[in-house]
Design a protein around this ligand. Structure first.
Ligand code: ANZ
Length: 812
């Protein structure tokens, strides 16, 4: 029975009550712990739209469920507020970034509070607080002291729009800046770089142990891009040696030319021996002007120039082969030179075809005979390879490598992390360059090095950070202490020399604070350590981490810092996030991304005002599988509201004793809802509760069954269930009650197989209760392959549903 309600009448009341009683504060109890974490937001000026809370609703449900299941729960929230988004917003709106951040945080917090989330706000953190970034600086000092932070003068990505250097991870796949879309240039600049490559192997190997979506692990594997192969030396006729990196030493007999990268140093060292140097130099310059991304584009025609007067000797058969320079070989990968095997590598094949270079088949495919029209890139048996004929490619790799004195090596696509930005709104580096020509870390006792106030925080445009102009701040005097750190001080202890110095004026990238923030929630007020070791070892690692972005960047950087902190004994676990749940976004009703630009943004405040936070929460979880991207629908919202109105009227159906049907259904529902929450299958949990209420309205239910049902729903609709729980005579919060346990003998499910037809053709089946309603069945269908394959992009014109038998969808 529907019973309308005004959410406004009780939602705020309960939120205030929970806050007053502190029921969500994490305590230091002996219970089993669970650490549930959201990717913390940038407090942008636009506030939250209804897509943002989806992940927060999920962690809220999960953490409430765990609390009710007897766990001590840590579920904190904070702000990732340094970096370009906050700074660009501030510049555009002519306010200081700090003021803008404060205002935006307040707004975000208000919006989140409306949703009734169970965050422990006493643990709130903000990456721009000096008390927080003190520890970001401290970590940097440790990295520096372990030789993992260094200054580099290599050309880096420079964004002319944002006026700053960027890391590779900050670029779109077409080489533009992911923030402003400008074409990124290469500029030689002094930069701070972190040796993330040193951790590449461990980051790769430990991925296997993580309970993360496979596509995210794969994205990380590709980003790290480890290749195992060998370095092999080729002697030149001019006396020099060229070392190539190859993953296929087994194809050495088929190497019919060498290529050296046009932009590398090797070719320069040969300049006076190359007879056509003028031509080569012109080519070199043309290539340097090209973007790396264009050079790697396999669909583009390959270009190159033969180095006249230079030949190389193939070490395995003594053959003399030509040497080229070509744009498809990059100086930054491997050794910057390759042995080219046209018969077995596609790029070499295209190049050799264009320049009329010999192709020699040396690997026989097990199934097909190699033809002249394309390269055979697979493995097989060796041919045309002298004493190695008939060996398998795998075996030959090692043997040929040994024979020519090759050295097994690994190379990586991941580059060291360019860690400095020429912008204002970031953590200052705790670094002083002193007049003795040395670089010092600031004494940890003097942390934080606070960001000074400036009049103009816009980028200077000359490649320097705005901090460079604040001479008061930049110029320091002090001395070097026993630890080798720089102590800023006007007075000098006996035996020490007064030194002048300049502070580093670059700032850290926005990814710095987010690389370790989850540790600070454990012990947010500690001013002696980043986190107390005992507290850290109790709460680490994060058990469930939820977010919808950053497959590589944040999740790579945080794993790197965490492993480093593990090595220096600051954390007890080698990985930060055991389980990761990746969410699908919510699109606008028109199927586009929600954006001011399209005028299709839906504001959660408005929805809460209209139908209440509980309805919004239930709706977003019922939309479809959590990981799917789905468009917003008003009808869906109405459906969720109707369901809650029926819950509100459920007490009208109370009877003295349960019948068999409802009592067995209760236990099935308890089992299903618990398992579904554990597995982030919130949509099917909601549909199970809808099935329950259908039956309960028909058969009636006892008070204890009614209350058990309220508890199942409590994580999803915390306000309404609290209201009904209190009406039912309870003084304590429902959120501190125990989640019901099911009796296995009663929870045996009676499902039937229902055929799913699309335009009359059977496309799949689903198993569901024969009593499931059309709404519930449609929700089930959304988690199937049939949906992915046939329905996702189609529009459903008519639904014909015969309960327990068949579902026929007419689509266009
Ligand atoms: C000979 C060969 C024969 C190769 C064959 C492949 C197939 P991944 O797997 O991506 O690491 N290579 C090496 N250094 C390069 C550079 N600086 N620029 C462009 N290409 C480079 O690729 C490794 C392979 O890419 C290497 O193995 C090399 O070509 C090429 F049938 O050597 B191979």
């Amino acid at each position: 029975m529907h019973k309308k309600f005004e959410a406004g009448e009780f939602e705020t009341k309960w939120q205030q009550h929970w806050a007053k009683k502190g029921i969500y504060a994490t305590k230091n109890s002996d219970k089993r712990k669970v650490y549930v974490l959201d990717m913390f937001p940038y407090p942008s000026g636009e506030g939250l739209h209804v897509g943002h809370p989806k992940g927060y609703i999920a962690t809220d449900i999960y953490s409430r469920f765990k609390r009710m299941s007897g766990f001590e729960v840590l579920h904190p929230m904070g702000w990732d507020a340094f970096g370009l988004p906050a700074e660009n917003f501030a510049i555009k709106n002519k306010v200081h970034p700090r003021v803008a951040v404060e205002k935006n945080v307040k707004r975000f917090k208000e919006q989140l509070s409306l949703m009734g989330f169970d965050y422990d706000w006493d643990r709130e953190i903000n990456t721009t607080d000096p008390g927080f970034y003190k520890w970001t600086q401290w970590i940097f000092i440790q990295l520096y002291k372990k030789g993992l932070a260094y200054e580099s003068f290599e050309p880096i990505n420079w964004c002319p729009g944002c006026q700053t250097g960027l890391a590779n991870e900050d670029l779109e796949s077409d080489g533009t800046c992911e923030r402003c879309g400008s074409k990124v240039e290469k500029r030689p600049m002094r930069q701070w770089v972190l040796k993330i490559r040193d951790y590449a192997d461990r980051m790769l190997e430990d991925l296997d142990e993580l309970n993360w979506p496979e596509h995210i692990k794969e994205a990380q594997r590709n980003w790290i891009g480890r290749s195992e192969g060998a370095e092999i030396d080729f002697k030149l006729n001019t006396g020099e040696t060229v070392t190539v990196f190859t993953t296929r030493p087994d194809t050495l007999f088929g190497a019919t030319y060498l290529v050296v990268a046009p932009e590398g140093d090797l070719i320069l060292s040969l300049s006076d021996k190359i007879n056509n140097w003028a031509e080569v130099e012109a080519y070199r310059e043309a290539v340097i002007a090209k973007k790396e991304i264009e050079r790697l584009d396999d669909t583009k025609e390959k270009t190159g120039v033969c180095l006249q007067g230079i030949t190389a000797t193939n070490p395995v058969n003594g053959e003399s082969i030509p040497v080229y320079t070509a744009d498809y070989v990059l100086a930054s990968y491997g050794t910057g030179a390759i042995m080219a095997v046209p018969a077995h590598d596609e790029r070499d094949f295209a190049f050799a075809s264009k320049y009329g270079i010999q192709k020699r088949t040396v690997i026989q495919s097990p199934t097909e005979v190699s033809v002249d029209s394309e390269a055979y890139t697979g493995t097989g048996t060796l041919v045309n390879s002298g004493e190695f004929n008939n060996l398998s490619a795998e075996e030959a790799k090692r043997k040929i490598c040994d024979k020519v004195g090759g050295r097994p090596t690994k190379t990586y696509k991941i580059k060291d992390w360019v860690f400095s930005r020429q912008r204002y709104w970031g953590e200052p580096f705790p670094i002083v360059q002193a007049e003795d020509g040395k670089t010092y870390t600031v004494s940890p006792k003097q942390l934080p090095v606070t960001l000074p106030e400036v009049e103009h925080y816009e980028p200077a445009g000359d490649g320097q950070s705005p901090l460079a102009n604040i001479t008061d701040w930049v110029n320091v005097v002090g001395y070097v202490d026993e630890e080798g750190d720089f102590v800023v001080s006007d007075t000098v202890p006996a035996g020490k020399v007064l030194l002048k110095g300049k502070r580093e004026t670059n700032t850290m990238p926005q990814w710095a604070g987010s690389s370790w923030y989850y540790l600070r929630y454990l012990d947010p007020q500690n001013d002696k350590a980043l986190a107390d070791p005992q507290i850290e070892s109790k709460w680490s690692p994060v058990d469930v981490y939820v977010g919808g972005d950053h497959a590589v960047r944040h999740l790579i950087y945080a794993r790197f810092w965490h492993k480093f902190l593990y090595d220096i004994g600051v954390v007890s676990q080698k990985e930060p996030f055991t389980r990761l749940e990746f969410l699908g976004f919510i699109l606008a009703e028109d199927g586009r991304k929600m954006s001011k630009r399209w005028g299709n943004v839906i504001n959660p405040d408005d929805i809460v005002k209209l139908v209440g936070a509980d309805t919004l929460r239930v709706y977003e979880m019922f939309m479809g599988p959590f990981e799917n991207t789905i468009a917003w629908s008003k009808d869906g919202l109405v459906g969720a509201r109707r369901f809650l109105e029926r819950v509100n009227g459920l007490s009208k159906h109370l009877i003295d004793m349960d019948g068999n049907e409802i009592s067995s259904l209760l236990h099935k529902t308890i089992k299903k809802v618990g398992e579904d929450i554990e597995n982030f299958k919130f949509n099917t949990a909601v549909s199970a509760m809808m099935i329950f209420i259908n039956t309960a309205e028909r058969t009636g239910l006892s008070r204890s069954t009614y209350e058990a049902f309220l508890k199942l729903l409590a994580p999803f609709a915390p306000h309404l269930t609290e209201e009904l729980w209190s009406e039912s005579g309870h003084e304590d919060s429902i959120h501190l009650a125990s989640f019901p346990e099911h009796k296995p003998e009663l929870a045996v499910t009676d499902t039937v197989i229902i055929g799913v037809q699309i335009n009359g053709r059977l496309r799949g089946t689903i198993s569901a209760s024969p009593k499931a309603s059309e709404e519930e069945i449609m929700s089930e269908v959304k988690s199937t392959e049939v949906y992915e394959k046939y329905l996702k992009l189609a529009s459903i014109k008519k639904i014909i549903y015969v309960p327990g038998r068949i579902l026929n969808l007419l689509v266009e």
